[in-house]
Design a protein around this ligand. Structure first.
Ligand code: ADP
Length: 469
């Protein structure tokens, strides 16, 4: 187990994040070191050059005024005070032969004779002599005297070299805690950034088809990880609702199919008990066909609802005058309403063109009208109107029927739901689910407002630019 984890470690996000962090941290520290090193190097070298030029100026003035003796005294005094980095002084005649040279022990390492072969120049050109057994460099600058002689002053870069060496050592030592700090930082960073992922993994591991209510804890920081956790929770919630919906539908379908199938079985049983009576056999067959039609209708409607909800319903949209469609459906129900003693009036402007599947939308409007007639008592009233509001087409069917209680109102759109008053009426409890499916497949919206005992109003809102859902 642990060995497997160890083998898989390089593949984990945490390892890679920490690795990249350490790499970038170390690289940045190295860059910082190099920049500082070169800056320090150039500053120290410049300082050396400036010091040499100052000394050259002073020494050549002294020599011009007081000659070689004064110069010698000055050099001895000067070198006594700066033991660690003494000055190099050389006086050469017109032919560059050495006339005087200050040669403290320090300068034994340099090939000073070589200076006789390099023509002095009082310009900005520097002479650089390398030490024989060491890595120091002697920087020398020359000045031309009025007598035609040359005076050369130099200084070893040992001081700068030592300072840089110390800096290098300091950096190498500092790199160890810096690396440890980078590693720790990388690990903390990767641990923190992976926390939401770990939470998601933990939640997914604890999920069960029976227990889909687990949620990923949110940090509410509003960052991408928090957004991911939020989206994941939303997805879980949708899955949970879908599973619950499927379970309920399946339970309801099983329950609602049980009654017609039992009836079907009883009819067949009765017929078998009276096999000789041809009339009873014929009646059993007729009832059997009725029951099968009932079951088929229920299954067809369930299929239509699920197609509408999943967006797989076959739609044949074209520009249709919805007022014309409502008028035709209302005419069909006018007769039933009249027979029941219900007064029905229509208020539609005409010429309300909208792109819809007229068969499907007709089915939705019929279902609402069918319910209005079904749940309105004689002497009641049904009012249909339609119009354009902003850019939407709005259809309203208002009745003075039984009304729906506030507790039942949210459930009327559920599959196979039949309200308390619905159970006394004929129906499958699928009409409004289909209405909702069809309207939403047209990107529309349907809602109901109702007051028990006073009546209900069903409102369909269809956007003008009905696009494919
Ligand atoms: P069905 O009418 O076949 O029972 P529906 O899906 O069309 O199924 O309606 C579901 C339930 O909503 C009905 O059983 C009824 O209780 C309630 N309902 C629908 N329309 C009305 C209405 N106009 N007035 C009162 N109740 C209604």
């Amino acid at each position: 187990m642990y060995l497997k984890r160890l083998i898989n470690l390089p593949r984990t996000i945490g390892f890679r994040v920490a690795g990249w962090y350490v790499f970038i941290f170390t690289l940045s520290s190295l860059c910082f070191f190099l920049i500082t090193y070169f800056f320090l190097h150039s500053t120290l070298v410049k300082q050396n050059y400036e010091e040499i030029l100052l000394e050259l100026d002073e020494i050549s003035t002294l020599y011009e005024i007081g000659g070689i003796r004064i110069l010698e005294n000055f050099v001895i005094e000067n070198n006594n005070s700066r033991r660690s980095n003494p000055l190099f002084v050389r006086v050469a005649d017109k032919t560059n032969k050495t006339f005087y040279i200050s040669s403290p022990e320090k300068w034994q390492d340099f090939d000073l004779v070589a200076l006789e072969k390099i023509a002095p120049d009082s310009g900005s050109d520097w002479i650089h002599l390398s030490a024989v057994n060491d890595e120091y460099i002697l920087a020398v600058q020359s000045a031309h005297l009025s007598s035609g002689f040359w005076i050369q002053v130099g200084m070893s870069c040992e001081g700068a070299h030592n300072a840089l060496n110390r800096f290098q050592k300091f950096f190498l030592v500092a790199m160890i805690p810096l690396f440890i700090l980078g590693l720790a930082g990388g690990m903390i960073l990767s641990y923190q950034t992976r926390r939401p992922i770990r939470n998601i993994i933990k939640t997914v591991q604890s999920l069960d088809i029976e227990k889909m209510t687990e949620m990923v804890p949110r940090s509410l920081s509003g960052d991408e990880m928090d957004e991911l956790a939020g989206l994941f929770n939303k997805m879980l919630d949708n899955i949970h609702r879908l599973i619950e919906g499927m379970k309920n539908s399946l339970d309801n379908v099983a329950h609602d199919l049980r009654t017609p199938i039992t009836r079907f079985r009883n009819i067949a049983d009765m017929a078998l008990q009276n096999e000789e009576d041809i009339d009873i056999l014929k009646e059993a067959l007729v009832k059997g066909i009725e029951e099968s039609d009932h079951i088929l209708k229920m299954l067809d409607t369930l299929m239509d609802i699920s197609e509408a909800e999943t967006g797989t319903m076959n739609m044949h949209r074209k520009q249709v005058d919805i007022c014309d469609l409502i008028g035709k459906i209302a005419d069909m129900y006018a007769f039933v309403a009249e027979e029941k003693g219900i007064d029905m009036d229509i208020n539609i402007p005409g010429n309300l063109y909208i792109s819809i599947d007229s068969d499907r939308m007709g089915q939705a409007i019929s279902n609402i009208l069918d319910n209005a007639v079904k749940f309105t008592a004689p002497e009641g009233h049904i009012h249909i109107n339609a119009g354009r509001f902003n850019k939407d087409v709005i259809i309203r069917v208002k009745d003075t029927g039984t009304g729906i209680s506030p507790e039942e109102l949210p459930m009327i759109w559920d599959r196979l739901y039949r309200g308390s008053q619905g159970s006394t009426e004929k129906g499958l409890g699928l009409g409004l689910s289909l209405v909702k499916g069809i309207v939403e497949a047209h990107n529309g919206h349907v809602e109901a407002v109702s007051e028990p005992g006073k009546g209900s109003t069903f409102i369909i809102r269809l956007p003008e630019d009905v696009r494919d859902a």
